[in-house]
Design a protein around this ligand. Structure first.
Ligand code: ADP
Ligand code: ZN
Ligand code: ZN
Length: 803
């Protein structure tokens, strides 16, 4: 018997399974989907069994056996194995990457480097002796000093030491010690009598146990309760009064949270209509995709909840995806309040062990609903009734590194496998999804009103050019400053929003608002600090940074960018009494800090929450009456064809944070380009007109959804090599793809060097290119067999979330 195994060897150029002989003892239990330890070269690696077969082409003398079978119950279901094949084709990744992405990190391989003394006659240097401390084998840490590592290397060469890489087997399962009290009271009585009066403590313990015969109790609880020592407990156990048992328990990250039960709302007409369409298709086991377009606060979540309730009623399961930054306690509690302990939550704040526990609950069917970020789309449910992607337009649903999958595509693939509907929900659907809905590929459902008819907040757009003319050089307009002061007086809360890409680098005239754009592409040029030049990332056009504005000739032209810290200082200067909480990548690095900041704000411990992207979503506090956007321009001038779309989405999202409850909300948006359609339509909460306008632009410049794009990046330590292979790539593509397909580039990437590697890129823009998958597969093959050896790294991203 043989097992086909995909081995975990990073970036191994050959992407295929290897056959291993299955030893007798594993033959009845090994299954595809299980993990194994296998020899590979001169080391031991983790592998996944993808098939079992009775024959192999490997000659007898070369056959190696499976070393260890790590799972009796396979960790990968049949569905996942099928999905792997699709994912690999669809994203051009290694099969091992596709397999591993579906599993919690606790189940991925961890390796240990074991250093062993082989020649005991050799007198080892002091430093090495100290390392071994009388032992023959030790784990080699990577952070040893360079000197020591050099010595070790030398000794390995001379066959005095040997280095071996082994799979580290850590049990991720948490166990507690349980005391099982003897159930036979007579026996306990006997033991009690036989204990001498000197051992009073033991006698007391057994006496107590007589009242609890046959019960189980956590060991530490028992010790505390009887105020006795472990030695005493050990002694009575030896006499047979109780036995010890290890019991598997789940880590509960939410142990300290109280969850109330929430009743369901009776639906509005619009909600009811949406729900009935979903249920109708659910009942017919249709793999149908719905786009639920509902304004912020229109009750999309209530529709999800009631659809899920239906699936649960039929013993089916549901997956709910939300962007990582929206996975706030407020958000997840809504699901826990409705479905209690049937809900598992997966997000990056959990420890490896906690994630593994949640994953096992899902796999074992102990929970029925998963709420989680992108990778939760791989939740190992076996009978899915419904998959939901909330905020479906979010770029974070696309994974940036291999496998470069989009959660939406995986969701739709799984819905076809399980014959169940998918709901994509958003107040600002992606252009792609809305276009598909209009074409009838997705089924469009609309919620136009808020359930209790609360008005959407008033949005004022402030023209920052005027501020400058009137002598105000602060990053706060007079209107915003005045509004903040008023809120501080009334002790209401506010949110100030600054784009994450505060350092984003475009060149802007502070007098007329002109942003320097590429003459060929209708996209802003990107400022390259090192060379003091501006470049277009789409066509490669580049020039010097102008010192006067090409429009108005003002010399107030410079690259633009503000950071949260700088804003914080400015707030302290302008509003010395204001209590500020800052939420950005710097203040949220520590686990749980995100949650902590929100809690402080919710408890009224601050007046102003200042932050980046992170605060745009999910916030729902009654006391927020003002939302300020310091500069709408930072997203608007990203060198990305989705810049206007992202700006519209962001402004709509942040506006949705104000006045969600009884107090009326106000939104102030500061910008140098108030007339821009993305800002104007966002001001009026008008998605459809925005969509129509943006589609006209996309059509004119042939961008998605009118075309598809693929992005190829080439990196190398040598700039000439990078350029050479980038050109090779582009030429190869031009030769092999049809004329109607546009190959843009190669150009140097905006960050032209990262970690000492130069970066070049090509963009493929195509309408219909049936051979593209095959052509890219071939390119990948050339790369893996030839270019990789030369130190080139290439990545291909189909439908990238940003460029
Ligand atoms: P969305 O997900 O579209 O942003 P939510 O589901 O968060 O909207 O709903 C906004 C608010 O309206 C929530 O507080 C929710 O409890 C409430 N809500 C939703 N549906 C109804 C309804 N049918 N009747 C009354 N209140 C509702
Ligand atoms: Zn250009
Ligand atoms: Zn100007």
């Amino acid at each position: 018997m043989f097992a086909e195994v995909i081995v975990d060897v990073a970036a191994y150029p050959i992407d295929r399974p290897f056959d291993y002989a299955v030893p007798e003892k594993f033959q009845t239990i090994i299954e595809s989907g299980s993990r194994v330890k296998v020899p590979f070269g001169n080391r031991q690696v983790l592998g996944f069994v993808t098939a079992i077969k009775s024959e192999t082409d490997v000659p007898v003398e070369k056959q190696k056996p499976v070393g260890e079978l790590l799972d009796i119950e396979p960790v990968l279901t049949q569905e996942m194995l099928e999905m792997t094949k699709w994912l690999r084709r669809h994203t051009l990744c290694y099969e091992i990457d596709a397999l591993q992405v579906m599993l919690p990190s606790a189940l991925r391989a961890k390796y240990e480097k074991i250093l062993e003394i082989v020649d005991h006659n050799f007198e080892l240097p002091q430093s090495i002796q100290a390392m071994f401390q009388q032992k023959d084998r030790v784990e080699l840490k990577v952070d040893e000093s360079k000197e020591l590592l050099t010595t070790i290397k030398k000794l390995i060469k001379e066959n005095i030491l040997a280095l071996e890489t082994v799979v580290k087997q850590k049990t991720a399962v948490k166990k507690v010690r349980m005391i099982l009290i003897e159930s036979d009271v007579k026996k306990l009585q006997e033991i009690h009598l036989n204990i001498s009066n000197q051992a009073k403590k033991q006698k007391d313990v057994v006496k107590w146990m007589m009242n609890y015969a046959g019960t189980r109790i956590v060991s530490t609880d028992l010790l505390k309760r009887l105020n006795t020592s472990n030695a005493v407990l050990q002694a009575v156990m030896e006499k047979g009064a109780a036995t010890l048992e290890l019991e598997e328990v789940y880590r509960d990250p939410y142990a300290d949270r109280t969850i109330n039960v929430s009743a369901k709302h009776s639906l509005t007409n619009e909600q009811h209509l949406a729900l009935s369409e979903i249920i109708f298709s659910y009942d017919k086991h249709e793999a149908k995709t719905f786009l639920l377009h509902g304004i912020t606060g229109s009750g999309k979540t209530e529709v999800y909840l009631q659809a899920i309730e239906r699936a649960l009623h039929d013993q089916k399961e549901a997956i709910v995806l939300v962007p990582e930054i929206s996975l706030t306690p407020q958000m997840t509690n809504r699901f826990k309040e409705r479905f209690g302990s049937l809900v598992a939550v997966l997000h990056s704040g959990l420890s490896t062990g906690e994630k593994y526990d949640e994953w096992r609950k899902i796999k074992r069917g102990e929970v029925k609903v998963v709420v989680g970020a992108r990778s939760a789309v791989f939740a190992p449910f076996q009978n899915i009734g419904l998959i939901i992607l909330d905020e479906e337009h979010e770029g974070t649903y696309k994974q940036d590194d291999s496998p470069r999958y989009h959660a939406r595509d995986v969701a739709i693939w799984r819905s076809e496998y399980h014959h169940c509907p998918v709901i994509l929900g958003s107040a600002t659907p992606s252009l792609e999804s809305y276009a598909r809905a209009k074409k009838g590929n997705y089924s469009l459902l609309t919620l136009t009103k808020r359930p209790r008819d609360q008005a959407l907040p008033e949005v004022s757009v402030i023209d920052m050019r005027e501020q400058l003319k009137n002598g105000n050089r602060s990053m706060f307009s007079l209107e915003l400053a005045e509004s903040i002061r008023r809120r501080l007086d009334k002790q209401e809360q506010m949110v100030l929003f600054l784009n994450r890409r505060g350092h984003s680098s475009f060149v802007l005239c502070r007098d007329c608002g002109t942003v320097v754009e590429c003459p060929n592409c209708d996209i802003s040029m990107t400022y390259h600090r090192h060379q003091e030049r501006i470049k277009c990332h789409y066509c490669g056009e580049e020039s010097q940074v102008p010192n006067i504005c090409p429009e108005c000739k003002s010399d107030h032209i410079r690259f633009f960018g503000t950071g949260t810290q700088k804003v914080e200082e400015e707030i302290a200067r302008l509003f010395p009494t204001a209590r500020v909480l800052r939420m950005d990548v710097d203040t949220t690095r520590k686990k749980g800090s995100h949650e902590h900041i929100l809690k402080l704000f919710g408890d009224g411990k601050a007046d102003i929450l200042l932050g980046t992207q992170m605060i745009a979503k999910g916030l729902d506090f009654p006391n927020i009456t003002l939302v300020g956007v310091l500069s709408a321009d930072t997203t608007l001038h990203l060198a990305d064809f989705r810049a206007a779309e992202k700006t519209f989405q962001l402004l709509t999202q942040v506006s949705g944070r104000a006045g969600r409850h009884d107090k009326e909300g106000q939104v102030i948006v500061q910008t140098y380009t108030p007339e821009h359609y993305a800002i104007q339509f966002a001001k009026h909460h008008d998605f459809v007109p925005f969509y129509n306008q943006e589609m006209v632009n996309r059509k004119q410049f042939a961008y998605p959804p009118y075309t598809f794009v693929a992005f190829i990046q080439i990196t190398h330590e040598d700039v000439l090599m990078t350029a050479e292979y980038a050109h090779k790539t582009a030429n190869w593509l031009r030769e092999n793809l049809s004329n109607s397909t546009e190959i843009i580039g190669p150009t140097a990437s905006s960050i032209s060097r990262v970690q000492n590697r130069y970066r070049y890129q090509c963009l493929i823009k195509y309408k219909k290119e049936p051979t593209l998958p095959e052509v890219l597969q071939q390119l990948t093959r050339i790369y893996r067999t030839d270019w990789m050896k030369k130190g080139i790294l290439m990545s291909i991203d189909l439908n990238p979330s940003s460029i």
